[in-house]
Design a protein around this ligand. Structure first.
Ligand code: HEC
Ligand code: HEC
Length: 414
């Protein structure tokens, strides 16, 4: 019988395979995903963050199945301990003489169930939140923006709880390693533990492990494929596909002097005021015929910020006081807040030139979507780089300062 292998201390013993290949791969890839997800909270790395989330969710679903159909120590049956057993185990730990379990011990198994449950909830809230806030992923549009925002908040809270559980789990591993004088981390790498002569080894299940790796590598390849074929002229933009309403006349007339600012960037009243005054449009006369004015105004009104076609639209509309009618996107509080960290040096850079030159930094400015992942400061502008290492460093400092909105790398002069 392999189940519930409770053991006295073993002195002269043989090496037994306890953790099969799938369990070990699951463990370490999950660890990598967890770390990666924490390091890529900045929206600019959303595609990496989301990939880590998908892998994490997939791994957990796999682990649950493996806990049912897998072998010996990997099965839930091997570590299905009640609360009382976990409690007793903890009291034995406090007396520094806990029973040695070859598989998971009762307290450890509770941490594992908790981690699996939290990981699953975090994946689900991530998917729901991304669908609501970014209109991306398989659940796109299931929730609206405010609901998406709330779910993302829950997603963050759960992530902190999971981080806490990981800390408890690590403390448990360290304690048990010390009390039993064995290297548990090493066992999770090699799969071996010491056990009494005659204890049966778990089968390695290399084929299942190989399949896991193949699936994950293939998924990663297709997910990040765009980066392999991008060129400086055509940089890769993750999370595209969604198209906002377009209009040829609007694009022609309103894109002649500057970017055709998408209607979703200002509320209806702003567009109405602008079109009524088209003969003195920021000191320019647009010389539009009444018919063109009407057609363009209809298009602008039908897709204005109120329609919440994008996350930005929803936020812009929410942030403009109802008594105000801004004629400039760049004067809305939302826009100012989003761009206040960009240094003067970058604004003055010839590649940017002007703050209305949205397309200098937003690869999707023409499309009007303003996705987080499509934001790129032009190479060489100012002294900043959007390097991931810098981003990661920033993220770490951000985690430790408990700040959910990381200071951008575009901070004003140091
Ligand atoms: C003849 C040139 C010209 C045309 C055509 C034109 N604009 Fe403009 N527009 C300007 C100028 C100049 C500014 C001010 C830019 C600046 O301050 O840098 C401006 C600014 C704007 C802004 C404010 C940008 C900000 O600061 O947030 C909006 C919005 C705008 N235009 C919308 C439109 C729309 C809608 C149309 C089509 C009906 C249009 N424009 C057609 C010249 C033009
Ligand atoms: C010099 C580069 C630059 C220019 C020019 C620029 N932006 Fe941005 N924009 C940024 C950066 C950087 C961010 C991300 C800020 C952050 O991550 O907090 C951003 C964020 C945004 C966002 C929020 C996206 C989101 O979902 O978080 C919107 C919307 C936006 N910009 C619209 C515009 C518009 C409209 C213009 C032109 C009128 C413009 N930007 C011009 C750099 C620029």
């Amino acid at each position: 019988m392999l189940t519930r292998t409770k053991e006295p201390r073993v002195d002269k013993a043989c090496r037994v395979k306890v953790w099969d290949v799938p369990v070990r791969l699951f463990h370490w890839i999950l660890v990598s995903c967890f770390i990666t997800a924490w390091l890529t909270l900045d929206n600019r790395y959303l595609d990496i963050h989301v990939f880590a989330g998908y892998v994490m969710g997939g791994l957990i679903v796999f682990r649950i199945l493996w806990g049912i159909v897998g072998d010996s120590y990997a099965r839930f049956r091997d570590f299905a301990f009640g609360w009382r057993e976990a409690w007793n185990y903890m009291t034995m730990v406090l007396k520094r003489w806990p029973t040695r379990y070859l598989g998971h011990n009762p307290a450890g198994s509770w941490a594992i169930y908790l981690l699996l449950g939290l990981g699953l909830l975090i994946t689900i809230t991530g998917l729901l939140g991304m669908g609501g806030e970014e209109r991306q992923g398989p659940l796109a549009g299931l929730l609206n923006y405010p609901q998406g925002e709330s779910v993302i908040y829950l997603h963050e809270v759960l992530s902190w709880v999971m981080l806490g559980t990981v800390a408890v789990h690590l403390t448990g591993v360290a304690t048990e390693s010390i009390l039993h004088r064995e290297n548990l981390v090493g066992s999770m790498i090699t799969g071996y533990k010491k056990a009494a002569q005659g204890t049966i080894s778990a089968p390695p299940r290399r084929l299942v492990g190989t399949l896991m790796l193949v699936v994950i590598v293939a998924a990663g390849f297709s997910w990040f494929y765009g980066y392999l074929i991008e060129t400086p002229e055509q940089p890769y933009r993750p999370f595209t596909g969604r198209q906002l309403p377009d209009n040829a006349l609007w694009r022609e007339e309103c894109g002649a002097c500057h970017l055709a600012f998408h209607p979703s960037l200002l509320p209806v009243r702003s567009w109405k005021a602008m079109m009524e005054d088209q003969s003195s449009h920021f000191d320019e006369d647009l010389f539009l015929e009444q018919e063109a004015i009407d057609k363009i105004e209809t298009f602008l009104a039908e897709n204005a910020a109120e329609q919440a076609l994008t996350e930005a639209a929803w936020k812009i509309n929410r942030n403009i006081p109802k008594t105000e009618t801004p004629l400039r996107i760049t004067e809305t509080q939302y826009w100012i807040d989003k761009h206040k960290q960009i240094s003067d040096e970058i604004w003055r850079d010839p590649k940017v030139n002007d703050n209305v030159n949205c397309a200098a930094c937003h690869l999707d400015a023409e499309a009007g979507t303003f996705e987080d992942a499509a934001m790129r400061i032009p190479a060489g502008a100012g002294k900043s780089s959007t390097g991931i290492i810098k981003g990661i460093y920033e993220k770490i400092t951000c985690i430790f300062s408990f700040n959910s909105s990381p200071s951008s790398i575009f901070t004003n002069k140091s």
